[in-house]
Design a protein around this ligand. Sequence first.
Ligand SMILES: Cc1cc2nc3c(=O)[nH]c(=O)nc-3n(C[C@H](O)[C@H](O)[C@H](O)COP(=O)(O)OP(=O)(O)OC[C@H]3O[C@@H](n4cnc5c(N)ncnc54)[C@H](O)[C@@H]3O)c2cc1C
Length: 390
Amino acid sequence: MIVVVGGGLTGLRAALTIQESGQQVQLIEGSSNVGGRVTSQEIDGFTIDRGFQVINPGYRELERLDIRTHFHPIPAGAVAMVGGQWRFFGDPRREIRTIVGALPSIASNPLPFFSLLRAVLVARIEEGESAATFLHRIGISGEIYGAIVEPFLRGVFLTALTQVDAKFARRVLRSLYRQVPGLPDGGVQALSQELRNRLKSIQCGELVHEITRSGKGFSVRTESSIISARKVIVATDYSSAESFSEHLPHINFARSTAWYFTLEDPLPMQHQLHVASLSSGPIVTAIDLAAVVPSYSPDGRGLLSVTTLERCEESAVRGQLGEMYGEAITGDLITTFDIDNALPIIAPGVKRSGIVEDEGLIFAGDYLTEPSQNGALLSGRLAGEAAINN
Ligand SMILES: Cc1cc2nc3c(=O)[nH]c(=O)nc-3n(C[C@H](O)[C@H](O)[C@H](O)COP(=O)(O)OP(=O)(O)OC[C@H]3O[C@@H](n4cnc5c(N)ncnc54)[C@H](O)[C@@H]3O)c2cc1C
């Protein structure tokens, strides 16, 4: 028997890999349902994801899984407030080429489309260079950087671009350029549920407290039982994983706060992601999710999802929304929650190992690959393969 601790995407993928090999596997999840950071809940009939996140069905690890869920695409393009007006620009996650549409209006000396694209996607990156240094070095600076590129990417990485490895940032941009992300009916958790439905043996609501060596295997102690295992994969979040090993690499995390409001009126350019510059207040991104996936709303009202990096007062968020859209547009606050370890930060020059093995215990998670669903699924698959083959 192989035990997998933690039922986020990493643990689900690890358990599935083992099950497919024909070996016995038991997944143990501490909370009442699987999904971890990819969960959703229903509040007042609205679908509320655990922070704004999108699913990119073109992720290599999702393609391997042959996911059948339908994703409503996030329409190409995003909008930013430039010079007091909302202006459209290309969303690099779908249409990096449409950035060119905004250039004449926002930059005094616009870069030609092909050189911008080539610069971002193929220019040489120095070892250990940050995304900010790289973008400045290839000439992306001034208004296009401050009003559009930096806020957009800060919304993706949830941290300043000076903190992010340039090669990693480019990999993310490439994948966003090539594929169309979206969201399913029922919220992001539809993805975790699809994986859950494929697994035969899952125990939810059981926190694992202790893992000890026992003979050639392990003893896994939960609140209500002790399970013997030949192998154990620890696929928990990083802070829980640290309680099972002292030999994990040190990882810094980005945090964010998610805010959900009803909307009294449609947003300008309501189907698109809106980004806000650092100087304009705490908001990084805002989007009407019900305009993208109508079933997120029970009654046709808009569902405004706002992301801030710092915890701040509701009045600060409402104040900035008022400046962005006018006072009357934002309705009730449905809910808000803090996500303290939202995304592991890939600092400039840092390499990740995919999994870590510590005296036979296998550790997996997005913190050992990349901060994304793809990174979690990859680490889970690698951990499952390592457990099968050892
Ligand atoms: C706000 C936000 C936005 C994001 N946006 C995107 C995006 O747009 N695109 C993208 O690809 N990715 C995005 N991500 C990243 C993605 O969600 C994560 O990389 C991925 O979900 C991590 O999965 P995981 O399984 O490694 O960890 P987690 O999801 O954290 O799962 C760990 C699981 O372990 C369980 N657990 C912990 N301790 C124990 C214990 N002792 N016993 C039993 N169980 C335990 C937890 O309950 C949890 O279910 C975003 C994440 C956040 C938070």
